[in-house]
Design a protein around this ligand. Structure first.
Ligand code: CP
Length: 318
């Protein structure tokens, strides 16, 4: 595998291999010297056409901890705002000698276009494209679940039989899509819960159960993992969205639902969070919440992905 564009492309063995390499990378993070020399001499370009905090910083930290040179490009303040195309931007980066390109783009499919083009000869990692996919987010989520559910012995394990409920703005969520494909590959059961207006057309053909009633779903499924999604106001047509108070009352993780969930279930959120809308402050900061673990694990996963794509161990993902 030369690129990481979608979790749909990963076999169970490939996914477990990435998670296991991320365990090795997490071990490196516990050392006094957190750097490996593996990508010395390689250049990774972070190409961000959409805003990001976690993903951009985490890819930058991951590449630096593998000793790569890192160029971070943000569309704001670049010649993209003067109308420069993806092709011309990519060819400019190629001329600077990029070995890997991490791309976030508002258009679904932009990373695929770049990977299939002859504009640049580099491994391409999708860091979130439109409403399509966010594969490294799903990998770090699976890594976090595996560590919480198999403490101390997660290497080599999948998520067979784990019950995952994903709640919220499924319609616009690339995180939900990437999680669905990866979680199913790893053997987990997935249920989506959302208002009817935030469920994508065609969801009936996806390998997930769908519910519109959060309380009934929590009672009947008793999830091991409850993943709350951000309401993506920036992609929202007002007609899609119930008012905020109504949304929080029916589909938000409030303190009462957190108590009903029980202490053994974990609460996830990819961030950024709308506190008080899809998740209460108490739930976000609770002992069950893995929000900050997810961020920390993101560096290990992104180190693993960059290492596997750029170090020559690519055959392991072939
Ligand atoms: N989870 C996530 O992708 O966060 P950012 O938008 O901050 O990168």
């Amino acid at each position: 595998m030369r690129h990481l564009l979608s979790t749909r492309d990963l076999t169970r063995d490939q996914a477990i291999h990435i998670l296991d390499v991320a365990e090795d990378m997490a071990d490196v993070q516990t050392r006094e010297v957190k750097k490996l020399p593996t990508l010395r001499g390689k250049t990774v370009v972070n190409l961000f056409f959409e805003d990001s905090t976690r993903t951009r910083i985490s890819f930058e930290a991951a590449a630096k901890r593998l000793s790569a040179d890192v160029i971070t490009f943000s569309a704001k303040g670049s010649s993209v705002s003067k109308g420069e195309s993806l092709k011309d931007t990519a060819q400019t980066l190629a001329a600077m000698g990029a070995d890997g390109v991490v791309i976030r783009h508002h258009a679904s499919g932009a990373p695929q276009v770049l990977a299939q083009s002859d504009w640049i000869d580099a491994g391409v990692v999708n860091a979130g494209d439109g409403t399509h996919e966010h594969p490294t987010q799903a990998l770090l989520d699976a890594f976090t679940m595996r560590r919480r559910l198999h403490p101390g012995s997660s290497r080599g394990k999948d998520l067979d039989g784990v019950r995952v409920v994903i709640v919220g703005d499924i319609l616009h969520s690339r995180v939900a899509r990437s999680n669905l494909w990866l979680l199913r590959t790893l053997g987990a059961e997935v249920t989506f819960v959302a208002p009817a207006t935030l469920v994508p057309f065609g969801v009936g053909s996806w390998p997930a159960a769908v519910s519109f009633d959060l309380d009934e779903t929590l009672r009947s499924i008793r999830p091991d993992v409850l993943m709350m999604l951000r309401i993506q106001s920036e992609r929202m047509n007002a007609a899609y969205f119930p008012n905020a108070r109504e949304y929080a009352r029916q589909w938000g993780l409030d303190d009462e639902r957190l108590t009903a969930l029980g202490p053994d279930s974990i609460v996830m959120h990819p961030g950024p969070m709308n506190r008080g809308l899809e998740i209460s402050a108490a739930a976000a900061d609770s002992a069950q919440s893995t929000v900050l673990e997810q961020v920390a694990n993101g560096v290990s996963i992104r180190m693993a992905v960059l290492y596997l794509l750029l170090s020559g161990e690519r055959e392991a993902l072939a």
